[in-house]
Design a binder for this molecule. Sequence first.
Ligand code: SAH
Ligand code: SF4
Ligand code: F3S
Length: 450
Amino acid sequence: MQLTVNSTALKNMQKKVFIKSFGCQMNEYDSAKIADLLAMAHGFITTENPDNADLIVLNTCSIREKASEKVFSDLGRLRSLKKKNPNLILAVGGCVSVQEQTNIFQRAPYVNIVFGPQTLHRLPKMYERACKKEKRIIDTSSPQIEKFDYLPPPSQTGPIAYVSIIEGCNKFCSYCIVPYTRGREVSRKMDDIISEVKNLIAKGAKEINLLGQTVNAYYDSTNNSNLSTLIHEIAKMVDIKRIRFTTSHPAEFTDDLFNVFANEPKLVNHIHLPVQSGSNRILKLMRRGYTSEEYQDIITKLRKIRPNIVVSTDFIVGFPTETDEDFAATMDIVQKINFDASFTFIYSPRPNTPAAKMEDNITLSQKKERLSILQNQLGIQTRQHSKNMIGTIQKILVTDHAKKYPDQFSGRTESNRIVNFIGSENILGKIVGVKITEALTNSLRGELYE
Ligand code: SAH
Ligand code: SF4
Ligand code: F3S
């Protein structure tokens, strides 16, 4: 007699984990790894519904106060789930864990586990301890890059894949919490990255996104390789059609990185290069390590090599002591560079950073006014860039069925813009030509060209 197992019944028996990721792409990457580790160690499957989870993981971000506080409001909401199901295990990981440590237990005593970005590989063991009713388990240490030795092969499938290549940050910009939460800068071994990319190819990857807070500081001393060496190595793999990296730092923009834009067609025509401010006085106080002129020189050089390169950036407004003149210098660089896209933030003092000790002398209404003037101008530029794309043929990596319209497909331009268009099932995962017909606020529409 043959025993048949009903797959729905089996699914119902499996333990379920709900993972919520806050913050940057590195956290998203870590969340995917947490899911893989829990699947390997305890057979967990992921669920989109916290109500039926056996384990809830919040992978947190503390870049700005709002992000940090969001975690505590989420924890407040999860409290009722803990009451309903006393066996539910609640784990808090990510950057808020390192920043807040045992304060998390103080503010939310029903949390079982606190772990950090560098100890996520220890979560399965911490989970076992929590199941044995051990309380307040915490490990937010920073064992240098150890986690990568414990990660199973990636289970994530799809044409766009992410690989973290450098952890932490040594830049210590005066406003930023990252060096304190993610730890010091450590690069992974190139061989390790290459084998991860090969595994991702087996899962359908066509585009590789190399991740790091200062990704262009990547350096592997064992074979003297840097970011450009790595890009060239990955580009040799025929299945990989596109390579991008984020986030690069202007102070680490070396000649070989310009050369890789000149010589490597698989490197996309897009650079995200945060400028933060156009005022040299503020840039100095921010400890960014470059001037407004040096930033502009990088973009001028890049545009000589790639005339149509898409440039995106980040800005902080209302940094302590920022004057109207400083802000005018920011508006000036906006005019001069003509950014394609941007992220803008109001300065948020972060605990124990040097800037937090400066007097935060700009009123909230001033900060909001500057933010709105800046966003208004950047919005005009972005909309104009989008309009300029109408009528052009763009190479689109087809990623999905469009969310709102099931008969349509969705993909990404080289500059990572979303394009929706009508197509057929066989184009999924391929790069196709699409003529842009309409520019909407958050996406573009087009028609299949080939
Ligand atoms: N490593 C990258 C970006 C890291 S965080 C870089 O240096 O460019 C992403 C963005 O958040 C930053 O570029 C900055 O614009 C913003 N940010 C970081 N700390 C902040 C703070 N304390 N207040 C407001 N915005 C902040
Ligand atoms: Fe933060 Fe500066 Fe490092 Fe970016 S480079 S993560 S802003 S310290
Ligand atoms: Fe946030 Fe930590 Fe990333 S503070 S932006 S999750 S490195």
